[in-house]
Design a protein around this ligand. Structure first.
Ligand code: ADP
Length: 629
């Protein structure tokens, strides 16, 4: 487009909408425009670096990679310039006139769904990008020369009024400059002290120099961001506030109350591999919706960012960690696809895992309140590790916490549980279910509750995988109290067991229920309930069946064992009936209902219609016959 007259283009309709939203809604948060421009400049530098590494022939940059901010009080302009990848005319038209990029689009979608557009969290998460310039500028002029060989320099300019123009630019250096003609009310952004403060707040640890230049002054460009990668400092030199500030910066410049990290771990290793690591446990579990999952553990090679989210640097179950790993031994050109094959990366992952788990153990011991918060938010992730990380299963098992039937809501560790076991209790008892409410009502726990025998209460779906993998702890097997194999400790067996045998009823019930049950037997574990279903020793268990069904996985549901409570009046009456009047027609109805009650108490009814019709049969006996006087 050389020597062409300016062409005028209309913004895509959505851009107009974003522009209006952004400029009006961000009134109280005007300074974010600078963060957005600096990070665009940094992205442009990163892109150029990555392309150069991959061997692409590029127009060389002048000087060291850097971002420069030029303030001109007379011209009332603020310019953010970089010597990065630049844009061709087509790219300028597409990138600065449409919202192809996901951040802004998602921002709009959230607003359309009812989110407040001036919600600081929302803006922090998505970034509203380049258009934030129009918060403070009456006019924005972008001059860019692409690194692509042969590209021509282009000038894009707009007053943010629905149109922009494109024309040739006289820029001769590779990169981009974005010049804001600052509006009357915003001249504070021409003040170097103000600009410096904003840069430090948002962009201090950016790995390229950010230089400030004041037009008309003789002073040389002055670097205003940190010169040393924060994590290479010795932990002794770094204050708690520094860590908090770094974390805020790392998370994009915004933290809501409650987002402050729960703990951090800062260490370096020299052998077998050199690296520095600074890792945080966030204050809150990531909300995938708001795009927080886009942060993770960033991988740097010799202080240069290789990957913003290097999944392989920590095992999947530690994906809640945020922070930085920086190694001299990781090649710069490692890619997302090849990173897992790198020996250096797996060596780092092993060390990081060991250190993080060790750190969590220390916190659990020295600062139980903090550990309780970590467990509440990230316990499910650690449980996943029991399933996936054989090598650290023992350590992870020490980190487990559960409430018990005897702990009044407090969480206990397996060590505490084992220490409290009476001598005649041979196994660690647990039960799994969908919720605490369900377990509070579980008939299987009645005898244990009555005898004050602690049972671990597990209500997280992932707990099923925990117990599948953790078959014993400290030499004690784990035993599910809703399995048929469960027995009360020897000393508690038969206690309060005034019940007679149920021999007649059991054989009647077996005959009546047939295939629906694997067996019918008298129960040890019931106290107040009539009946319950217990899982046969080899089945996957009712809770797991439900989880798999909910996940739409194929499950083969095995018949359960029906247990009847020999202490219960109704059961005793049924036994008496079976004994004295085995052909009484009430007997099959009672047996069916005993089974229905067992199903109901665990929240699954296989055939609701049949159950309802049986209840009806019984109720019919309470009301006068139809047509009766
Ligand atoms: P985002 O940065 O979220 O993609 P922006 O609105 O900030 O959204 O920028 C839109 C696009 O314009 C960027 O994705 C990039 O392609 C291009 N761009 C913006 N600033 C620069 C720059 N300084 N150098 C090169 N390209 C840029």
């Amino acid at each position: 487009m050389p020597n062409a007259a300016p062409e005028t283009h209309r913004f895509e309709a959505e851009v107009d909408a974003v522009l209006r939203l952004v400029t009006h809604a961000l009134y109280a948060n005007r300074e974010v425009f600078l963060r957005e421009l600096v990070s665009n400049a940094v992205d442009a530098l990163d892109k150029a670096r990555i392309l150069a590494l991959s061997g692409e022939a590029l127009r060389p940059a002048e000087g060291e990679s850097a971002v420069r901010i030029v303030l001109d009080r007379d011209a009332k302009t603020l310019t953010v310039e970089d010597n990065g990848i630049g844009m061709t005319a087509d790219e300028a038209r597409d990138n600065l006139g449409r919202i192809a990029h996901s951040g802004t689009r998602r921002f709009l979608e959230e607003v359309a769904k009812g989110a407040r557009p001036d919600d600081a969290a929302l803006i922090g998460q998505f970034g509203v990008g380049f258009y934030a310039s129009f918060i403070v500028a009456d006019r924005v002029v972008v001059d860019s020369l692409s690194a692509q060989p042969g590209a021509e320099a282009v000038r894009w300019s707009s007053r943010g009024d629905g149109t922009f123009t494109l024309e040739p630019s006289d820029r001769t250096r590779r990169g981009t400059s974005v010049t804001l003609h600052i509006g009357e009310g915003d001249t504070t952004f021409l003040d170097p002290a103000v600009v410096e403060r904003i840069v430090r707040r948002y962009s201090n640890y950016v790995l390229y120099p950010i230089e400030l230049v004041e037009a008309g002054k003789d002073a040389p460009p002055r670097r205003i961001n940190a010169t040393k990668a924060f994590w290479t400092r010795s932990p002794k030199e770094v204050s708690e506030e520094d860590y908090q500030a770094f974390y805020r910066e790392f998370m994009g410049g915004f933290l809501l109350p409650g987002d402050e990290p729960l703990t951090h771990l800062h260490f370096s290793m020299d052998a077998p591999i050199q690296f520095d690591a600074l890792l945080f446990v966030p204050g809150r579990a990531p909300m995938e919706l708001l795009g927080e999952a886009s942060r993770g553990v960033a991988l740097y090679a010799r202080h240069v960012l290789v990957m913003e989210r290097a999944e392989k640097i920590v095992p999947v179950y530690l994906r809640f960690l945020r922070g930085v790993v920086d190694s001299e031994d990781v090649p710069l050109n490692v890619s997302r696809e090849t990173v897992q094959d790198h020996q250096s990366v797996s060596a780092i992952r092993r060390q990081v895992t060991r250190k993080v788990l060790g750190h969590l153990e220390t916190i659990a011991k020295d600062s139980p309140e903090t550990y309780a918060k970590i467990w509440e938010r990230f316990g499910a992730f650690l449980k996943e590790g029991i399933h996936t990380d054989n090598a650290h299963r023992d350590t992870l098992a020490r980190l487990l916490r559960y409430p018990t039937t005897a702990s009044d809501g407090a969480l206990v560790s397996l060590d505490e549980y084992v220490a409290s076991m009476p001598e005649d209790q041979k196994a660690i008892y647990y039960i799994t279910g969908a919720s605490m409410e369900e377990l509070a009502a579980a008939p299987h726990l009645e005898a244990c509750r009555e005898r004050k025998i602690p049972v671990l209460l597990m209500t997280d779906p992932v707990d099923e995988w925990v117990v599948m993998n953790l078959t014993e702890y400290a030499g004690k097997p784990l035993e599910n109290v809703s399995r048929s194999t469960f027995e009360l400790p020897a000393g508690d067996q038969g206690k309060g067991d005034e019940a007679g045998a149920l021999s007649q009823l059991l054989s009647k019930a077996k005959a009546r229920l047939g295939e629906r049950v694997a067996d019918v037997r008298a129960s040890q574990r019931l106290r107040s309930s009539v009946s319950c279903l217990v899982d046969p020793p080899d089945g996957i268990g009712a809770n797991m069946e439900r989880i798999l069904k909910a996940a739409q996985r194929p499950v083969s549901v095995r018949p359960k064992i029906l247990e009847l409570n020999p202490r219960h009046r109704l059961v005793q009456a049924a036994e008496a009936l079976a004994d004295t009047a085995p052909d009484d027609d009430r007997l099959p109805v009672l047996i069916d209902l005993f089974y229905d009650m067992a199903e109901l108490s665990q929240g699954t009814v296989t055939d609701p219609k049949a159950t309802v019709s049986r209840i009806e049969t019984v109720l019919a006996r309470f009301v006068p016959p139809a047509g009766g006087s």
